[in-house]
Every structure is written in structure tokens, then in C-alpha cells.
Ligand binder design. Structure first.
Ligand SMILES: Nc1ncnc2c1ncn2[C@@H]1O[C@H](COP(=O)(O)OP(=O)(O)O)[C@@H](O)[C@H]1O
Ligand SMILES: [Mg+2]
Length: 470
């Protein structure tokens, strides 16, 4: 990762640097050539004008002395030709005089145009730019003036330009790599920390990590990671608590059964009546164990099976009526009346009717168990005004639940008062089964309670759009 990013930075820099230098070089070269052209043109024009003036007065001109005069002031080489291409005088090299040449620029000039060309100079051997102007009459002769500008200046500029550019690019790459390394290190470090921490999770070590200072995606990722670790820790704690609770719940009845068995085994003078009494208590304990196992099985079933797949259309009224029937004997023992007020419409939801009945029975059973004798229980079912939710309310006038216990009441094995609950035969699993069941039907449960006043349990479900089912 680190290497990849650095290689990328270098490649981008080299590409960008090369492109910029090429463009810059082309622009500068054109600019310098244009400057050379302008200088040669103005010089050659000046020479032409001067010769013309001199030629008007003098029919015979000494080309050598004339050219010497110019060369004193103009550093570019000057050559005079006649219209046939014969060299007449030269400011640098007299050996070429009176020879005939075939230069393209001179050819154009003798045809009456401004002639230009680039080629290697015969005598200096340098790559040069030549410019020749149409002939000027001097006495009976027509003279073509040619001027030579050195292109080496332009090409030497190229090597200076590129060597400077290369230096700049190298320095640029070095600086970028250093800055890039610092930056990449800053970016990679939290990722490495995360990856190490993730490996530890695999080994069962849950450890949150320090948040990076930057406020970017990596910080979000770290925050999410820490949240996940916290959740995992909670889950792990819940799991071990659950195991402890289960063992404890089993041990209590088992210990008491063991005690009774030993009493019967080792007591010689135990009466038939006493044995009968012990047997009855043992039966209660065994029933408790049985209930515990059944509750645990239900709980694991709800948690492990995707209940939403088993959902069908169910009638709320029917479920409540059937639950009421089942609980009637229990309520009658305490002379408690179960008052059900169904709303007028036949309410339906998507769910599992056995599960819903089980939930309602659990809640009403609690209300009966935790109410004094003769205290009635009210059950309502209705639809919200905007028809978005179906509500089931179960309200008792019992002992109520203290505020600090209320939020934990649906946790597994959580009981307000262990001894009190155990006396009533509760396992502490009822409400956690209810919570999970209701959730599997996309419902919500809300328990409101005040000590000494009573408890109200509210179940909320999504409404079924009736039109689509009739
Ligand atoms: N209607 C109620 N009135 C008072 N206390 C209640 C009521 N419902 C539940 N509780 C308290 O909540 C605890 C948990 O309920 P639940 O999960 O059904 O377990 P249990 O097996 O003890 O009934 C009970 O032990 C009881 O203390
Ligand atoms: Mg219960």
C-alpha cells in the first residue's frame, strides 16, 4: 500500500513534469527563434537601406570596405551576393569570394522574395539561420544581402533548459516522496492499528482503539470498530451471565431435591405422612425444573428460527379470548376478574397466533401473580386513530415494579425480588420470551408501572392494510 502510493506519486510527478517542460520548452524556443528572426530582419533591412543610399551617389562601391563597416556594428555575419549567386564580399571569411553558391535563401531572394532557410554553415560548420533580401541596385550591379544568425544560441538554451528542468523535477520528486511518506504513514498507521485490533478480536481479545486525530473516513471506521467491540463485549458478558444464571436456576431445585432424598434415605423413623409431604414438595421442584427447561427451549427457538417466515394473518380478538379461557382457573383462585374490551372492528396482524397467545398469557399471568386478591385486570385492543398501529393493553392494579428494575425487567432471569418470584413459581424468563416473540412479529413492547399502583403492558403491531386481504 505504502509503496503503491509512493510509486503513483512519482509516476504522476514525472508525467506532469515532462509534459510541462515540453510545452514550456516549445514555447520558449519559438519565442527565441522569433526574436532571432526579428533581429536579423531589422539588421538586414538597415543594411539594405544604407546600401541603397550609398549606391545612388556612387556608381562604384568597394564591397569589402562597406561590409567591414557593417560588421563593426552588427555581430551577425553578412555576405553580399550578385543575382547569379556569386559571393561578392563577406564579413567573416574572404576565401569564399567570387565562388558561385546555390543557397536556397539566395535563390528566393534573386526571384524577388525574402529568402530564409536553416542549414549548416559551410565554413563555420554551425547550424544557422539565414535570411536574404531581394536585390538592391548599386551602380550597374544588383546586390543581394544575406545575414546569418547563430541557431546554436537556441539549441544551447535547450540543454540548459532541460538540465534545469531535470534538476527541478528530481528535487520535486524527493520533496514529494518525503511529504508523501509522512502523509502515507499518517494514513496507514490507523489502518494498521485497526487491522491488528481486528486480529485480536479473532483471538477473543476485545480491545477498543484510540481514535485518530483526523476527522475522516478512517475515524468513522475506528468509531464503528470501537462500537462493535463494545457490543461484542456486552454480548460476551451477557452470554457468560446467562450460563451462570442457568446453572444457578438448576442448582437451587436440584439441591433441595437432593436434600429431601437424603432425608428419606437416612432417616429410620420417618412416617408415611412425612414422606408424602416431602414427595409433594419434590413434585413442585421437579415441575419448576420442567418449566425452566421448557422456557429455555422456547427462548432458544425464538432466537434461532426466523419467525417472520412463519407469520400468517391472525385475529387479535381470538387470541385474547383463548388466552383468557386458559387463565380463568388461575384468576378465579384469587377472585380476579379479567375484563376484555375489544374494539368494534376485527383487528388483524401478521404473526404467529401460538406465539402471540403465549405472550398474552405470560403478561396476564404476571398480572395475576403480582396482584392482590380481588384486583381486576383490564385488557383492551384497538387501532390507533391514523390506523398505523394495532395496540393491545393489559393493565393490572397489582404491586407494581420499582423504577430501577423497570428497564431490566425483560432481561433473562431478571426478577424484581428473587425469593418473591420463586415462591410464585416464576423462572424470570417469561418477559424475555415475550420481548423476543413480539420482536419477531415486528412489534414493540412497552411496560409502564408504579409501585403500589399497578402495571400496564402495551404491545404495538403494524396494521394490516385490510383492502389487500379482503
Ligand atoms: N404485572 C406485574 N406486576 C408486578 N411485577 C411484575 C409484573 N410483571 C412482571 N413483574 C416482575 O418482573 C419480573 C420478571 O417477570 P417474568 O420475566 O415474567 O418472570 P417471572 O418468571 O418471575 O414471572 C417478575 O419476577 C416480577 O418481579
Ligand atoms: Mg412471568
Amino acid at each position: 500500500m505504502k509503496r503503491k502510493i509512493l510509486i503513483m506519486i512519482t509516476v504522476i510527478l514525472i508525467l506532469a513534469g515532462t509534459l510541462t517542460s515540453l510545452v514550456a520548452y516549445n514555447m520558449l524556443r519559438d519565442f527565441r527563434e522569433k526574436a532571432l528572426y526579428d533581429r536579423l530582419y531589422s539588421n538586414v533591412s538597415l543594411i539594405n537601406e544604407t546600401i541603397e543610399i550609398i549606391g545612388k551617389n556612387d556608381s562604384y562601391i568597394n564591397y569589402f570596405s562597406l561590409i567591414q563597416k557593417f560588421s563593426g556594428r552588427i555581430e551577425d555575419r553578412i555576405t553580399f551576393f550578385d543575382t547569379e549567386g556569386n559571393a561578392l564580399a563577406d564579413s567573416r571569411n574572404n576565401s569564399i569570394i567570387l565562388k558561385k553558391y546555390d543557397f536556397p535563401e539566395v535563390r528566393s531572394a534573386s526571384s524577388g522574395y525574402l529568402g530564409t532557410s536553416k542549414h549548416i554553415s559551410y565554413d563555420s560548420g554551425k547550424y544557422s539561420f539565414f535570411m536574404a533580401t531581394p536585390s538592391v541596385a548599386v551602380g550597374e550591379k544588383n546586390i543581394i544581402v544575406r545575414i546569418e544568425g547563430n541557431l546554436d544560441e537556441v539549441s544551447s538554451f535547450r540543454s540548459i533548459f532541460f538540465s534545469n528542468m531535470l534538476k527541478a523535477l528530481l528535487i520535486g520528486i524527493c520533496i514529494s516522496i518525503v511529504i508523501g511518506m509522512i502523509y502515507v504513514h499518517r494514513v496507514i498507521k490507523p489502518i494498521n492499528t485497526l487491522s491488528k485490533a481486528t486480529k485480536k478480536v479473532g483471538k477473543g481479545k476485545f480491545q477498543t482503539i484510540e481514535l485518530p486525530k483526523s476527522k475522516d473516513e478512517i475515524r468513522h471506521l475506528t468509531e464503528d470498530f470501537n462500537k462493535m467491540i463494545n457490543d461484542l463485549e456486552k454480548l460476551e458478558k451477557m452470554r457468560s451471565e446467562f450460563v451462570t444464571n442457568v446453572s444457578h436456576e438448576f442448582r437451587t431445585p436440584l439441591t433441595s431435591i437432593m436434600g429431601f432424598v437424603e432425608t428419606i434415605k437416612y432417616s429410620d423413623d420417618i412416617s408415611e405422612m412425612e414422606i408424602q409431604k416431602i414427595m409433594n414438595i419434590m413434585e413442585v421442584e421437579i415441575e419448576r425444573l420442567n418449566r425452566l427447561i421448557n422456557n429455555l427451549l422456547t427462548l432458544s427457538e425464538i432466537e434461532n428460527i426466523d419467525m417472520s417466515k412463519e407469520n400468517q394473518l391472525i385475529s387479535i380478538e381470538q387470541c385474547i379470548h383463548q388466552s383468557k379461557e386458559i387463565l380463568k382457573p388461575l384468576a378465579m383462585k384469587k377472585n380476579i376478574k379479567l375484563n376484555y374490551n375489544p374494539s368494534n372492528s376485527n383487528l388483524q396482524i401478521m404473526g404467529n397466533s401460538d406465539r402471540l397467545k403465549e405472550c398474552i398469557i405470560n403478561i396476564i399471568e404476571n398480572s395475576i401473580k403480582y396482584s392482590e386478591d380481588n384486583m381486576d385486570i383490564d385488557i383492551n385492543s384497538f387501532e390507533l386513530d391514523d390506523l398505523s398501529k394495532v395496540i393491545i393493553e393489559i393493565k393490572d392494579n397489582g404491586i407494581g415494579i420499582p423504577e430501577e428494575d423497570l428497564k431490566r425487567i425483560t432481561e433473562r432471569f431478571y426478577r424484581v425480588n428473587k425469593s418473591r418470584s420463586r415462591n410464585t413459581g416464576g423462572t424470570g424468563l417469561g418477559l424475555s420470551i415475550v420481548k423476543h416473540s413480539i420482536r419477531s412479529m415486528n412489534g414493540e413492547i412497552d411496560i409502564q408501572s408504579k409501585v403500589g399502583q399497578g402495571t400496564k403492558t402495551i404491545l404495538k403491531f403494524d396494521c394490516i392494510k385490510k383492502s389487500s386481504y379482503t
